[in-house]
Design a protein around this ligand. Structure first.
Ligand code: AMP
Length: 521
């Protein structure tokens, strides 16, 4: 088996169908496959062996998909790295994964040059665009490679993709996804998530190094057309224009913050988006008030995914038919959920002793099934810890209702314990966002001598709005038990986020404590 053969097969079945659109450039499935084959043959010629790791340090573009599939086809292990990472961050991933090669765009030359000497395993540098003295030009390699299919035969448990977690609670860890995990994900995608075929034009606004890249596999298997925006950052106008121009049927995977940006764009009503049938979002909390606006705007085309790199890319789904408004209180309540567990895995909510908690009670979300990763790269202890008792422990807290809907609270490490009582930041964040003047909010625990921790809400007001403490505390009183109300409310325009748009609460807390140490005592 080889997950890269999904491309081989799509090219055999639909050689002239458009596989990739990027700006003015289009590639047929035949050309996409041949270019991936040429690169795979060059990987072999350069000494990259099955099991070797290949770093992919690229912004979205056709070459990223070519590199991904070439790596699979060569039996090597893809290590996609978010292109917005700092050189220190990508150096960490390149080093931790022991990459022997990296394929990167020319503007990473300066950053890579500052770190490459400290990475002894890394000796093959392939540059897209202008090459430096120490790198080989990508296009030269592709031009002189062998276009014939020669996909390496891999064992199901051979590694295919090291997915570095986004590191919101510590250093990123490499989740080991093997060919069987990705094949399982790809085979089950059409039934669980969305039917896909050559008629589909799928837009990738999110990074292909993350969920969109994982889902590029089933999209390729279905011979859909990948439409890749050519802008270097997320631009709502470009997204609207592309949907209208190419009659996009599906948005692969988009972060909740991007949905909010689309909803807030002044041009939102100026384009015909009627071709859109599916909009997948997830990777971070989607707050109910924002979700309601999105449903009002686009109708029931939204589908929420709760997933992790450790379970690519789905644990549960809030399907399109669950995105209904308004009237039915049960349906509305479920908008705060992450939907139901996908059919092909088992989910349990466990207490500290790894016993299942009763329905409606909070515990750690744990799963098992064929989609789950093999473990963390070179981290046997961390692997043993998350797999204790035979379940993969997600580190996320949640509960399940009588109908099987899973409600996510927070990362276990982000739960606040104040005076012995558990406070779940997500609950408070949902309440704060009911205030029209609140654009974003992060609730964190601040060390407190008396209470252990006390609750702080860090609010980013909407431009021109100034929600007062009194108004916000009144909202809390209306919706929550008194002990949950924040002791501190702070206003701040820039909340630190990682490169996937998730708020980095650890950093936020550290910066606040550094600035006002006395708040803690
Ligand atoms: P990563 O593997 O880097 O994408 O991070 C996965 C983590 O993102 C999960 O463990 C959750 O904490 C969070 N996450 C993913 N999907 C959702 C979702 N739909 N709602 C809330 N949080 C999510």
């Amino acid at each position: 088996m080889n997950i890269g053969s999904t491309l081989t097969q799509a090219a055999a079945a639909h050689p002239d169908h458009i596989a990739i659109i990027h700006g003015d450039k289009t590639l047929s499935y035949r050309a996409f496959n041949e270019r991936a084959n040429r690169l795979a043959s060059q990987f072999r010629a350069l000494g990259i062996r099955p099991g070797d790791r290949v770093g992919i340090l690229q912004r979205n573009g056709p070459e990223l998909l070519e590199t991904l599939f070439a790596t699979f086809k060569a039996g090597a292990v893809a290590v996609p790295i978010n292109a917005r990472s700092h050189p220190k961050e990508y150096a960490y991933i390149l080093e931790n994964s022991g990459c022997s090669a990296v394929v990167f765009q020319e503007d990473f030359v300066a950053g890579l040059d500052t770190v490459r000497h400290a990475l002894p395993d890394l000796c093959i540098f392939i540059a897209i665009g202008a090459a430096s003295t120490w790198s080989t030009p990508y296009e030269n390699l592709v031009a002189s490679g062998d276009p014939a299919d020669a996909d390496v035969d891999c064992a199901p448990h051979d590694l295919a993709w090291l997915f570095y977690t986004s590191g919101t609670t510590g250093k990123p860890k490499g989740a080991m996804n093997c060919h069987a995990n990705l094949q399982f994900m790809s085979d089950h995608y059409p039934r669980e998530v969305y039917q896909l075929g050559p008629h589909d034009v799928v837009l990738h606004p999110g990074p292909l190094t993350h969920g969109s890249g994982l889902w590029s596999i089933p999209i390729t298997a279905g011979a859909g057309t990948h439409l890749i925006p050519s802008g270097t950052s997320f631009d709502p106008d470009e997204i609207f224009r592309l949907i209208e121009k190419h009659r996009v049927t599906k948005i692969a995977f988009i972060a909740p913050t991007m949905i909010t940006m689309l909803l807030n764009a002044p041009t939102i009503d100026r384009h015909d988006l009627s071709s859109l049938r599916f909009l997948g979002y997830g990777g971070a909390p989607m707050y109910v008030e924002d979700l309601k606006r999105a449903i009002q705007q686009w109708g029931p085309i939204l589908c929420q995914v709760y997933g992790q790199g450790e379970s690519p890319m789905t644990i549960s789904l809030l399907k399109r038919e669950d995105h209904k408004l308004p009237g039915d209180p049960a349906a509305e309540r479920r908008l705060a959920s992450a939907g139901r567990v996908r059919e092909d895995i088992e989910l349990a909510i466990l207490d500290e002793a790894d016993h299942e908690v009763p329905e409606g009670e909070i515990g750690e979300i744990a799963i098992r099934g064929e989609i789950v990763m093999r473990g963390y790269w070179n981290m046997p202890e961390a692997t043993a810890e998350v797999f204790k008792g035979g379940w993969y422990h997600s580190g996320d807290l949640g509960m399940r209702d009588a109908d099987g809907y899973v409600f996510l609270l927070d990362r276990k490490k982000e739960m606040i314990i104040s005076g012995g009582a558990n406070v779940y930041p997500r609950e408070l964040e949902e309440v704060f966002l009911l205030h029209p003047g609140v654009l974003e909010v992060a609730v964190i625990g601040i060390p407190d001598r008396l209470w252990g921790e006390s609750v702080m809400a860090v609010v980013r007001p909407r431009p021109g709005a100034s929600p007062t403490e009194g108004e916000l505390l009144t909202l809390c009183r209306e919706h929550l038990a008194g002990y949950k109300k924040p002791r501190f409310i702070r206003y701040q325009d820039d909340l630190p986020k990682n490169s996937y748009g998730k708020i980095l609460k650890r950093e936020l807390k550290q910066s606040i404590l550094a600035e006002i140490p006395k708040v803690a005592t």
